[in-house]
Each structure stands twice: as C-alpha cells, then as structure tokens.
Design a protein around this ligand. Structure first.
Ligand code: ADP
Ligand code: 6PG
Length: 196
C-alpha cells in the first residue's frame, strides 16, 4: 500500500503517495465550499473536518465557547487519521480550520505531508457570510476568537494563498492550477476548466 512519505519539504510527495490538500482558514472563510469544488475538479476524495468533532466540541461552539488546544487535539488526530486512510485510495482535499501551526503539524504527523491552501478575507466579509449561513452550529460571534487563534501559514509551509472574496469556482480553479504545478499528475485528473 502506498505510504505517505515526505521527500520534498512540507508539501512534497514521493512517486507513490497521493497528494493531500488542506483548505484552511477561519470559520466562514469558505473552506467547505472551496474544498468541495476543488475535490470535484480534481476527482479527489473530500474530507470534512467538522464531521470529526466530538459532540462536546460542537456543543461548546454552538454555545459560543471557543475550543481550546486540549479540545482540538483529539479532533485533529481523528481528522489526520481520516486523511491518512483516504489518501491510500486517491488524492484528498480536506476542509479544516487548522488555525495554528501546531494543529497543522498534528495533521501532518497522522496524514503525511500536506499542500496548504489558505483562504483569507477581511473580517467584515466573513462575518457577513457567517451571519447569513443557516443550519450551521458555528455562531458568527466566534469569528473573533478564530481570527485571534489564526497563525497564517508562512513560507516554510509554502501555502497557496487565495482571496476568499472571489467566487467559489474561481478559487477552485486557481487552487487547481497552483497544485497541478506541484503535482503534475493532478493536472491529468483535473476537469471542469483549464488548469494549465
Ligand atoms: N467564495 C464565496 N463567495 C460567496 N459566498 C461564499 C464563498 N465561499 C463560501 N461562501 C458562503 O459563505 C458561507 C460560509 O462558507 P463555508 O464554505 O461554510 O465556510 P467554512 O467551511 O470556512 O466555514 C456559506 O454560506 C457559503 O455558501
Ligand atoms: O478549531 C475550531 O475552533 C473549529 O474547528 C472551528 O475552527 C471550525 O471552523 C468549526 O468546526 C466551525 O465550522 P466551520 O469552519 O465550517 O465554520
């Protein structure tokens, strides 16, 4: 079975392993929307980190209580394991806030190297989207704690940084273009637009 192995820095892959792409950002930045569109474009498997929260975490956030490092650790470990399992089958796109560098490192320890796509936007834009979102446990009031916790990926993580104000399809296309340069095999899988 293909085993994820780091050979070219934090996002590098050997010939056998499938890429795993982390779409990260604060709540409401568009991670889920963009990750789903990107996975579809790449013919990749989609993993939603929110699906792996223990009920206590969801209950805390729904009450407006920000998660702590302690509450996030088992969740991140479970997410990392889910990605590790899926990337044995094919490329994976993960939607996960992964706000701090050490959270991303927990994911890497479980799942192997990650390509990072960071969605950024002004607070007002994101707040407006969160306030308008229905059927979601995350209150817009938690946005400021998310912004306070955010440690944006620096050059060592070689992120693809995208302006989350752009339309979802444009973001997925830009991400696919950047990722295909890193992983030429992704270019041949990609559909739904020109990634070259
Ligand atoms: N690029 C975008 N342009 C317009 N609306 C967006 C965009 N990305 C996300 N949204 C909307 O904003 C809200 C939050 O998006 P979502 O994907 O749930 O973000 P996250 O997963 O980061 O919390 C949703 O209602 C979604 O439809
Ligand atoms: O670490 C956290 O505090 C949470 O995981 C948070 O970052 C995440 O964003 C929520 O799960 C809300 O879900 P959305 O990101 O989909 O809004």
């Amino acid at each position: 079975m293909a085993k994820a192995k780091q050979v070219r820095g934090m996002g590098g892959m050997d010939d056998a392993a499938h890429p795993a792409i982390l779409v990260m950002g604060v709540s409401g930045s568009g991670k889920t929307s963009v990750a789903v569109a990107l996975a579809e474009r790449l013919g990749a498997l989609f993993v939603e980190a929110d699906d792996h929260h223990p009920p206590a975490n969801v209950a805390a956030m729904a009450k407006g209580i920000p998660l702590t490092d302690e509450l996030r650790r088992p969740w991140l470990e479970a997410v990392g394991e889910a990605v590790a399992e899926r990337r044995a089958e094919g490329p994976v796109v993960l939607a996960c806030s992964a706000l701090k560098r050490r959270y991303r490192d927990v994911l890497r320890r479980r799942a192997g190297p990650l390509d990072v796509v960071h969605l950024t936007a002004p607070r007002a834009l994101i707040f407006g989207r969160m306030a308008a979102r229905r059927d979601h446990f995350m209150p817009a009031a938690l946005l400021d704690s998310q912004i306070a916790d955010l440690e944006a990926p620096g050059p060592a993580e070689d992120p693809v940084i995208l302006d989350a104000a752009l339309p979802v399809d444009t973001l997925a296309r830009h991400a696919a273009t950047a990722l295909a340069l890193r992983h030429p095999r992704l270019a041949t899988r990609s559909h739904g637009g020109n990634v070259g």
